[in-house]
Every structure is written in structure tokens, then in C-alpha cells.
Design a protein around this ligand. Structure first.
Ligand code: TNX
Length: 539
């Protein structure tokens, strides 16, 4: 054959191949191959497809949960351009997307759901509204990602059934708004982002040495003075109680509980700068964890006098003054006001790295905080060091560093939240070339954040004692929403999967393919993610 007769043949064959692969991408018929994150508990594919067009309505079986239908319609509109109408119905429609409460498999609990996709319709069944919402999140991920940017008039979704529910009750992330302040809008976007992956807790780190970020009406200077700056000396900021309530309500609409943290009795300089009588005498540690990374300050002030505001990143050098009754009035007022604006059952009292507090004082502090939190009708959470105090089954300890503290807390009957810093400290750098982040705990690549199991993480702490998993984002080096997204993505979705999906069904080799296919989902939502070389990204 002559060269010029081969050419058209090659072109024709290539065109055919391209056409076939496009066709495959356009009409997925295998539900089991849809890359849902977190991975559902069970997926049975039936090999056909449902076609989503603007003609499909979203039918709500109950009027109270119309918000879920509206949310789904908005999300589908954002990614596909389709405009779906939300309607109420008292009986099952014959077509469209149908959300119905009740009669779901008892296995699904309060947050799980059953999803049935036939050629005619998609049905989400759950026993509680949260389950319907989680089902909506799954539907959002079922839109074929390769078509996400194409704005067509129809989208195929493979048929089959999904039965899905979480492994752990607590699936959270923490945002440090103290080291750098983030606006209400940023916090809402953070909520949107974690919610895509079925997380249900946002822990807000509302105070630290560098800033006090929540209005406390009985101690106004905390926010007015203590909120004035941040790491590096920016203008800082704080949330008014009205703004905080707005965040709480927004989170609640996505079945996310806000857990507020006031870090006590250390990490408290912003309060000491605002009210000198609270100052128990600060020290500047000889051996800071970030030794060499910050400028060391001189003596910042004497006991009982207001300190200077602080814009560095040393930790563990400030403490409340234990001998003054005023200190406990302060703590009670803060906890009371926070409890009043926090509908969720938890208050986090910090308790970490109180290196400037004597051990016996620390124990007394935590014992008294625990009574104050209880008296205000909430359950106390503290970082793992609180296990040194008289805690019991009424407390929750958040493990981050030392297994022995997690073990002690579990022995005392407390529940454990797993936040091992070497795995889920999402402020850690990916590798030595990362521009953002710290690396005192580890470099955490996307597989490091994924390949661990909460139930075997700490010897002596069993599955039953673990409430769940939380990934904290400390913000010493993080100051914009873009920074936040770069650190969260792509690690956070994998951590959400660890908290949601059964450990036995997870493997990095399988997950990395799903994550790679998830790239268009992130891109379409304007998420600036780290393109880890350990994953092959679909463009
Ligand atoms: C440790 S973890 C801290 C935070 C820092 C973080 C930085 C913990 C309970 N305390 O104060 O921001 O490291 O990675």
C-alpha cells in the first residue's frame, strides 16, 4: 500500500476510536463505575441509563424539606445549565427525581439513604431529612464529569441502586479563623466544600494568641481589641453574634453542626491583651516548635497587666490567671454566651499546649471548665491533653499528637475524635516544595492522608470509642480562600471517605482513580487544587 492511501485509513480509524470513546463517556451505563466520593456502602448496577433533561422535575414528598430540592436544582443548574423545577407531591410520581421520607432500610440510620435509579426516575429514600440531603449530594456527583463543562440539554446517569450510610457519626473539619481571620462568605464556602463530601461538623477555632474572633457582649474588648490583628499583622476581624448565628443557620441547612472552640487556658493572649486582669504571666518558650521560623519576642508583659497583641506563630506561651475568681467569671460568661447562640450540643474548650500553665493548675482549670460547660447544657470537647484531668464519658477528647493521651481519655470513658497530625493536619505541606503550610508533623501527600484507619490508629483505642474523624486546617500560613482550597483539595475528600466508608472497602489504588476522575468536578466549582503527581488527573 502506498503511503498516501494509508493516511485516510489511519485518520478514519482514529476518528472512529475517538467517536467511540466519546460515546462511552457520554452514556455511562455502569453505576458501579461512577466515581462517588465518599464511596457508597453498596452499589448495584443494572446497566441502563436515566436521562436528565430540563423536563425532569424534582418532587418532594414532604413540604418541610423543599430546601433540599432547591439545593439540588441549584447545584445541577450550576454544573449542567439545566433548570429543574421543584414540586411537592403526596404520592410517588412516575418520572423525575423523587425525595421521600420514611420506610428506608433501618441500616441507613439518621444520615444514610437509599437511591434507586431506573430509566424513568431517581428515587431517594431516607428515614431522616439529613439522609435525603446526603442522597442529593450523591446525585450531584452522578452527573457524568466529562460532560460537566459542555452545557448540553441532556445527561445520562446509569441505573441501579445504592444503599449508603456513614461509618462514623462525626465527620468534620476545623477552620482556624484566629491565626488569620476569614469572612462569613469564606466560611460559607468552606461549609459548601466539606458538605459535598458528606461531612457533618465544622469546628471553628474562634480564639488564639493572635486573635479573638467572636463578639462576647459581657466582655466587649475581647473582640474589639483582641480581634484587631492576625498573624503577620493584618487587620484581623471578628464575627458579631448575629453573623455567627447566620453561619450556624447556613451550616444547619446543610446538616452540618457548628462546634465553637475557645482555646483555654493557654493560647489566650488575645484575651490577656484585652483584659489585663486575666493574665497569669506569659512566658516566651526557649524551645518553640517553630524555632527559627518566627522572630522571638521579649517579655510581653507581667502578670495581671494587659499583654501586647501578638502577630507571630509561637505556641503555648500564654495562660489565664488561676488565682483570680474573675477568671472563672470570664470563662463562664464566654461559655454562657456561646452556648446561647450555639444550637449544637458541643462546646470545645481547647486545652492544648498550655505550656505556660503549671500542671496542677491545668488540671484544676479543665475540671472547672468541664463543670461550667455542663452547667450551660453542653458537652465538653477538648484537645487530647484534657485526658490529664478528671474527665469521664461526658467529655470528648480530640487526639492530635500523643497516643498516650488518647489512651488515657478512652480509659476514662471519654469518646475520641481522631485528628492524627501526621495524617490529617491539612495545614501540613504536601512536600518540601509546597509554598503554603508548615511541616512540623510531616509532609502529607494525598495518599498519606488517605491510607490509615481510625480504628487501628491508636493501640488501645477501639472502634466503639471513636466518635469520628476531623481534619483541622490551622491558618498560620493560610490567609485567603484560594489558600484554603489548595490545602483542602485533594486531601479533604479522602479524609471524608475515611469517616464515611467502611474501612474494608477502601484501597488507595482504587481511590486514586476515582479521585483523578473527580478533577472536572473540582474545576467546575472553581476549586484550585494541588495536582499531586501521585494521581492521574482527568482534564
Ligand atoms: C498545633 S494541634 C496546634 C496549633 C497550631 C498547629 C499548627 C493543636 C491542638 N495545637 O496551635 O496551629 O499545631 O500546625
Amino acid at each position: 500500500m502506498k503511503i498516501n492511501s494509508i493516511k485516510p485509513l489511519v485518520i478514519a480509524t482514529s476518528l472512529l476510536l475517538i467517536f467511540q470513546s466519546c460515546k462511552q463517556a457520554e452514556s455511562p451505563t455502569d453505576l458501579a463505575l461512577q466515581g462517588i466520593i465518599p464511596k457508597p456502602v453498596s452499589v448495584v448496577a443494572t446497566g441502563k441509563s436515566f436521562t436528565l433533561t430540563s423536563k425532569a422535575s424534582i418532587f418532594m414528598g414532604s413540604t418541610e424539606h423543599v430546601g433540599i430540592g432547591n439545593y439540588l436544582a441549584t447545584e445541577l443548574n450550576k454544573t449542567t445549565g439545566l433548570s429543574l423545577v421543584v414540586e411537592q407531591t403526596s404520592s410517588a410520581p412516575g418520572k423525575g427525581i423523587y425525595f421521600v421520607l420514611g420506610n428506608a432500610d433501618s441500616k441507613v440510620g439518621t444520615e444514610g439513604y437509599e437511591l434507586e435509579i431506573t430509566e424513568e426516575m431517581i428515587t431517594v429514600k431516607a428515614n431522616e431529612p439529613a439522609g435525603l440531603y446526603m442522597g442529593a449530594q450523591t446525585i450531584i456527583q452522578l452527573i457524568p464529569t466529562l460532560k460537566l463543562n459542555s452545557q448540553q440539554d441532556n445527561y445520562s446517569i446509569p441505573t441501579g441502586t445504592i444503599l449508603d450510610y456513614p461509618t462514623y457519626a462525626w465527620r468534620g473539619s476545623m477552620l482556624d479563623v484566629a491565626r488569620h481571620f476569614f469572612s462569613v462568605e469564606d466560611v460559607k464556602r468552606y461549609i459548601d466544600l466539606i458538605s459535598y463530601y458528606k461531612m457533618n461538623v465544622l469546628h471553628l477555632h474562634l480564639s488564639d494568641d493572635q486573635g479573638w474572633r467572636i463578639e462576647i457582649k459581657s466582655w466587649p474588648n475581647l473582640a474589639l481589641h483582641g480581634g484587631k490583628t492576625q498573624v503577620g499583622g493584618g487587620t484581623g476581624g471578628y464575627y458579631t453574634q448575629e453573623q455567627y448565628k447566620d453561619i450556624v443557620a447556613y451550616a444547619a441547612s446543610k446538616y452540618i453542626t457548628i462546634v465553637p472552640e475557645i482555646d483555654l487556658p493557654g493560647h489566650i493572649n488575645s484575651a490577656l491583651a484585652s483584659y489585663g486582669e486575666l493574665n497569669g504571666g506569659i512566658i516566651v518558650p526557649e524551645e518553640g516548635r517553630y524555632k527559627g521560623e518566627t522572630t522571638r519576642h521579649g517579655d510581653l508583659g507581667d502578670k495581671n497587666k494587659p499583654t501586647d497583641l501578638y502577630t507571630g506563630i509561637e505556641v503555648g506561651w500564654s495562660t489565664l490567671r488561676i488565682e483570680k475568681p474573675e477568671t472563672f467569671k470570664f470563662v463562664n460568661d464566654v461559655i454562657r454566651e456561646l452556648a446561647e447562640i450555639t444550637p449544637g450540643p458541643y462546646l470545645h474548650i481547647g486545652g492544648d499546649e498550655a505550656h505556660a500553665t503549671k500542671k496542677e493548675d491545668y488540671i484544676e482549670f479543665i475540671n472547672r471548665f468541664s463543670e461550667i460547660v455542663k452547667a450551660n447544657g453542653k458537652k465538653m470537647i477538648g484537645w487530647e491533653e484534657i485526658s490529664q484531668a478528671n474527665i469521664d464519658e461526658n467529655a470528648i477528647a480530640q487526639h492530635w499528637d500523643k497516643p498516650k493521651y488518647a489512651q488515657m481519655a478512652a480509659e476514662k470513658g471519654a469518646q475520641i475524635i481522631m485528628s492524627p497530625s501526621k495524617r490529617v493536619y491539612i495545614d501540613m505541606q504536601y512536600d518540601s516544595t509546597s509554598k503554603l503550610g508548615l511541616h512540623w508533623a510531616a509532609y502529607i501527600e494525598v495518599d498519606d492522608a488517605y491510607t490509615w484507619d481510625p480504628a487501628t490508629q491508636v493501640e488501645g483505642v477501639s472502634r466503639e470509642q471513636i466518635l469520628g474523624v476531623e481534619t483541622p486546617l490551622w491558618s498560620e500560613t493560610i490567609s485567603t480562600m484560594d489558600d484554603i482550597e489548595y490545602m483542602l483539595f485533594p486531601r479533604m475528600p479522602g479524609i471524608a471517605e475515611i469517616a464515611w466508608s467502611p474501612a474494608a472497602s477502601r484501597s488507595w489504588e482504587e481511590y486514586k482513580v476515582r479521585l483523578g476522575n473527580h478533577a472536572p468536578f473540582m474545576t467546575k466549582r472553581g476549586i484550585d487544587f494541588y495536582r499531586s503527581p501521585r494521581v492521574q488527573w482527568t482534564e
